[in-house]
Design a protein around this ligand. Structure first.
Ligand code: ZN
Ligand code: ZN
Length: 409
């Protein structure tokens, strides 16, 4: 298939399977400037599917950098509150949301960490009302990717730009199943497989997961009334959507106060323009009490210091080591892909949908069950071919869930 054909197939997949855009529904897209070709295709498919209005907000790496170079110091506590309020308004009004990632993962490496963390905090605070509608699954939403020259260069260093871009696109299409003859049917099948796993896990009702592997010895308690999710799901507006393309994970809510032991990262984490590698943390009663990293330790320390919940877990996800993303052998420096190559955990906010009837419960009820609350939600990878995971039943019996990174069930 030609690149044009693949791009079109991918755009249609995002609209039909990712968002499942409804007739008359508005669509809000955020995208890097370099993703404009993909955005045009998506916009076309969205209107063909009946969207009433498609609005895209572009971000540009160079203008982002200009702020760090030239803006006055006092400006770093500022965020575009009005924009995020508008986004929250759009979601409350029923708009669907598509985020296209593809930014340069190392864009802000080397910038003043103090400015970075202040800017991130201001942004997180301003974004919170809109983000809560996303994490609460109020509307149908989806995250996909666009290859961009800067991102491709970070994934394939030393490779000429056109070739790197082409290889990254091929990897995106393959991981997203957009290169198959019928991607939409392939996703139906994939969703059914993920649903089987979540049904098994939900029926076992493990109270904790026990992780062991090199540098990892962790007992991770699960929230009471936790619910495993994976693949597509129905948003509160009644629309069945796939929030991530690709997705290989099944995930649930850890108990914010019941995580103990040590764990280390198995892949680099790209966070707000910095690459963080070789993270090692120790948890005590749910909280990170010690941390080191081989690279980007300051960025990780800033992240977990954002607020009280940022040093606790909001998500735990199991992904087999043989996932297509892992098999590609590529380190994408982008969480949408890398989190689907390996089992992972996320510090910060938990998903309401990971607690049974979560959307009907108050914040206090959710917290009492062990759900976590924070301005941030950042996934990082802990899975590898050496990781073993046991499910711990209420009576403390251990059952093998994963052996050497693969499902044992
Ligand atoms: Zn995840
Ligand atoms: Zn996550």
């Amino acid at each position: 298939m030609t690149h044009e054909k693949l791009l079109d197939s991918y755009a249609e997949l995002a609209v039909r399977t990712g968002l499942n855009i409804q007739a008359g529904q508005q669509l809000l897209i955020t995208a890097p400037l370099d993703a404009v070709t993909l955005v045009r295709r998506i916009t076309e498919h969205a209107y063909k599917a009946g969207a009433s209005l498609v609005t895209t907000i572009y971000a540009d790496d160079e203008t982002t950098l200009a702020r760090y170079r030239y803006a006055p110091d006092a400006a770093f506590d500022t965020a575009a509150d009005w924009l995020f309020k508008g986004m929250a308004d759009a979601f409350r009004g029923g708009a669907a949301r598509l985020a296209i990632t593809g930014e340069n993962p190392a864009l802000l490496a080397g910038q003043d960490p103090g400015k970075l963390s202040r800017a991130n905090k201001a942004r997180s605070q301003a974004y919170r009302p809109a983000l809560e509608l996303i994490t609460g699954f109020a509307i149908n939403w989806c995250v996909i990717a666009s290859a961009t020259p800067a991102w491709a260069k970070s994934v394939f260093p030393g490779v000429p730009e056109t070739e790197a871009l082409d290889r990254l696109w091929q990897a995106i299409f393959a991981c997203s199943k957009a290169d198959l003859p019928d991607p939409i049917a392939a996703w139906k099948h994939h969703n059914a497989e993920l649903l089987r796993r979540t049904e098994f896990l939900n029926q076992r009702r493990y109270r904790a997961l026990k992780y062991s592997g090199p540098g990892t010895d962790l007992m991770l308690g699960l929230a009471e009334e936790h619910s495993w999710k994976g693949g597509g799901g129905k948003a509160l507006n009644g629309v069945f959507c796939n929030a991530n393309i690709p997705t290989e994970e099944v995930f649930t809510a850890p108990h914010r106060e019941m995580v103990d032991g040590t764990v280390c990262s198995s892949k680099p984490l790209s966070y707000q323009g910095s690459l963080i590698e070789g993270i090692r943390v120790r948890f005590e009663r749910g909280r990170i009490v010690e941390m080191t990293a081989d690279k980007g330790a300051d960025a990780f320390r800033d992240l977990i210091s954002t607020d009280e919940g940022a040093a606790r877990l909001g998500e735990v996800a199991l992904v087999p080591h043989s996932s297509p993303i892992s098999k590609s052998g590529i380190i994408f420096n982008n969480t949408l892909f890398d989190e689907n190559a390996a089992s992972h955990i996320a510090v910060g906010q938990s998903y309401t949908e990971n607690i049974r009837d979560g959307s009907k419960r108050s914040k206090e009820e959710l917290a009492a069950l062990g759900a976590n609350s924070s301005l941030v939600h950042v996934d990082w990878m802990i899975g590898s071919a050496e990781l073993n995971v046991d499910g711990i039943l209420a009576d403390d019996t251990a059952e093998p869930l994963m052996r050497n990174g693969e499902w044992a069930i």
